[in-house]
Design a protein around this ligand. Structure first.
Ligand code: UDP
Length: 330
């Protein structure tokens, strides 16, 4: 199949491009490179540099390629930043996807896998979280993704665009080949920051809040390996071709780790001391997010392979050790 991957130079996008190519698909990757890295895009993918908010750019991509399905990762994704700059998030994440859907309608492309998030739930009602649970985002990032899910539902009804929205929990780790990994600038995610501290690039890691209603007071998250997420996107595309029905799935390992536990495990994997201090809470953070991924396992036939925190941190450490300054292109 010929798959257009929007945001294909980003962290999860580049890992998905890699898996698609490994599995014999043709890939057109589009990215505005404002966050992504050209070097992260697999050499066998065709690459277009441009922005989803630019309809002329999108029409060019669709007219020059016969696209069977789209995977859309192109978005801003920082919870804290979204609270201070919400309009930036609605502009890029919502307006960009609307432009993409319009271009799909013009080009007659009717299948899309959308990168959604556990942040659509907000403070959860139940743990583990089911797809049918209440969605009430506590930050604009989650709100922007939930808004797109609603837009997808109505686009299915009106234009017959079938979609799978994948609600990721905490993406982490790096490709097993060591060729691609996580490189955000500035970095704000927990595991890369811990590993930068292990490398001596930071003096310490600040743990945001120790007064949450969790066993050790720090936030609990469900970490899922980026290659497992990539696999789920391919299985979602296969599902859309198999039964042509839209659906929403959680993607996580179903196991939660506190910030303190992640720091502890990273100390074990790296053999480094990794100084950690407690700071105040970060705006918009729910205390506990743990997925039930039963539905994805059953309906997509998806099983996470890198399903322990140890495997996730080991792969991330392998990338950070060999790429201490990331892709070196910013
Ligand atoms: N976190 C932290 N210190 C940091 C970065 C993150 O304590 O320097 C916490 C954050 O508050 C959250 C968890 O680690 O509870 C995971 O945050 P991350 O930014 O990696 O992912 P998010 O949950 O925002 O998707």
């Amino acid at each position: 199949m010929n798959i257009l991957v929007c945001g294909g130079a980003g962290y999860i996008g580049s890992h998905t491009v890699y898996e698609l190519i490994e599995q014999g698909h043709s890939v057109v990757a589009a990215d505005n490179l404002c966050k992504g890295h050209r070097a992260a895009v697999h050499k066998d993918a065709s690459f277009y540099e441009g922005d989803l908010r630019d309809s002329t750019f999108l029409d060019k991509v669709f007219s020059e390629n016969k696209i069977d399905a789209v995977i859309d990762f192109a978005a801003f994704s920082l919870v804290g930043e979204s609270c201070s700059e919400p309009l930036k998030y609605f502009d890029n994440n919502v307006y960009g996807t609307v432009r993409l859907l319009e271009a799909m309608v013009r080009a007659g492309v009717k299948k899309i896998v959308f990168s959604s998030t556990a942040a659509t739930y907000g403070e959860p009602e139940n743990i583990p979280i089911l797809e049918s649970d209440r969605t009430f985002p506590t930050n604009p990032y989650g709100e922007s993704k939930l808004t797109v899910e609603k837009i997808l539902k109505w686009s299915d009804a009106a234009y017959g665009i079938k979609y799978v929205a994948l609600r990721y929990f905490n993406a982490a780790g790096a490709h097993i080949s060591g060729e691609i990994g996580e490189d955000h600038s500035p970095e704000s995610h927990l595991i890369p920051i811990i590993l930068q501290t292990a490398l001596g690039q930071r003096e310490q890691i600040a743990m945001f809040g120790n007064d949450y209603p969790t066993p050790d007071g720090t936030c609990v998250r469900d970490y899922i390996h980026v290659t497992d997420l990539a696999d789920a996107h391919i299985k979602a595309i296969e599902k859309l071709f198999r039964d042509e029905t839209s659906a929403v799935y959680n993607l996580g390992n179903g196991k939660g780790f506190s910030v303190k536990e992640v720091v502890e495990e990273a100390r074990r994997v790296t053999g480094k001391e990794i100084k950690a201090v407690i700071e105040g809470r970060r705006a918009g953070d729910p205390s506990t997010l743990i997925a039930s991924s039963e539905k994805a396992m059953k309906e997509l036939g998806w099983t996470p392979r890198f399903n322990t925190l140890t495997k996730i941190i080991e792969s991330a450490w392998n990338w950070h050790k060999t790429h201490p300054t990331g892709y070196n292109d910013k």
